[in-house]
Design a protein around this ligand. Structure first.
Ligand code: ZN
Length: 330
């Protein structure tokens, strides 16, 4: 699990299950081997990481939530906690090997830095090879004192029965469609046309959107570079942008406009690709500044019921005019 904001770990459809977990945490009765199961996209890793956070916190709240402030919490959030050992495939999609398990078990037996004990993280547990799984059995059965091992899997049936039987299994439920819909809406995801089945795995929907966003941004960057090189028609470029989710596009436009401005100022920190940076320098700071006023105007219009197609077209047409002007009178 990457280090994400602790608040993002609390998903509304986890609450009932988490209440059971917090009772165990308060009584210090969490099993040494915890297998977090559930179908893809329901937030198993967030649930499991919330548990890890609680296990490593020295100022646990009454409801079993990590405080976020103690030294243990801060090191965990920064990704530098010395008592966390991870066991994951060396290459994505490949098996976890037996020598990795040996190193992992060895690490868990070292004296922890904090009194909260060590935590092992195995993800995904179903990628343990048979010999790796067998080699893990002893550590799972007799873990070092104070040590917890958290395993994650969406294919529990693929685990060796001997592994399963040594763990307490926590199955993270799918989301209720209505809960998922409002949770997604708070994340700028319009789920009105999404079917109930897909809504049961809200995190899968978000992941897919982010992937789509990446490829959209790639297209928009290419279009922008072609516009700057005078090799694209602003109206057809606008056509592609007009279809997209407004907020995502406006964010991109705003960011790129800033990047272009920085590039003309010769800023080293600009993350712009070379084609765009060259285009920006050809255009010059004065013209980009003028265009940035239009961009600000567009951002302001996004929430209104102005004719969005015209708004999007206008921003590209204006840019093309500056490009033409710069080519004629550099
Ligand atoms: Zn804490």
């Amino acid at each position: 699990m990457s280090e994400i904001d602790d608040r993002a770990l609390r998903l509304p459809w986890h609450e009932a299950l988490w209440r059971h977990m917090s009772v165990g945490l308060a009584a210090d009765r969490v099993a040494h081997g915890v297998l977090v199961a559930g179908t893809p996209g329901v937030g198993k890793r967030r649930f499991a990481w919330r548990l890890v956070a609680a296990l490593l916190c020295r100022e646990l709240s009454d409801d079993g939530e990590a405080c976020g402030l103690c030294p243990g919490c801060r090191q965990r959030a920064a990704g530098t906690h010395p008592d966390i050992s991870r066991l994951t495939p060396e290459d994505t999609g490949k098996a976890i090997k037996v020598d990795q398990v040996r190193r992992f078990s060895h690490a868990l037996h070292l004296t922890p830095q904090y009194s909260t004990g060590r935590v092992g993280w195995i993800d995904p547990a179903d990628s343990l090879s048979i010999s790796a799984a067998n080699s893990l059995l002893k550590t799972l059965e007799e873990p070092p004192a104070g040590c917890h091992i958290v395993l994650i899997s969406d294919r529990v049936s693929a685990l060796l029965p001997t592994i399963r039987s040594r763990c307490q299994i926590w199955t993270v439920p799918a989301a209720e469609p209505t809960t998922a819909r409002s949770w997604l809406a708070a994340r700028d995801f319009d789920a009105n046309r999404v079917d109930d089945d897909s809504l049961r795995a809200p995190l899968a929907l978000l992941a897919r959107r982010d992937m789509d966003a990446e490829s959209l941004i790639e297209h928009w960057d290419k279009d922008l570079a072609r516009l700057l090189a005078r090799r694209a028609n602003p109206v057809s470029v606008a056509e592609r942008a007009y279809e997209a989710e407004r907020r995502l596009w406006v964010d991109w436009l705003y960011r790129r406009c800033n990047d272009l401005l920085l590039a003309t100022l010769g800023s080293e920190s600009s993350s712009l690709d070379r084609g765009l940076a060259e285009g920006a320098r050809r255009l010059g700071v004065r013209r980009i500044e003028a265009w940035s006023r239009r961009v600000t105007e567009v951002a302001r219009t996004a929430g209104t019921n102005a004719d969005w197609r015209l708004v999007v077209e206008s921003v590209f047409i204006e840019l093309s005019q500056y490009v033409a002007e710069a080519t004629d009178t550099p």
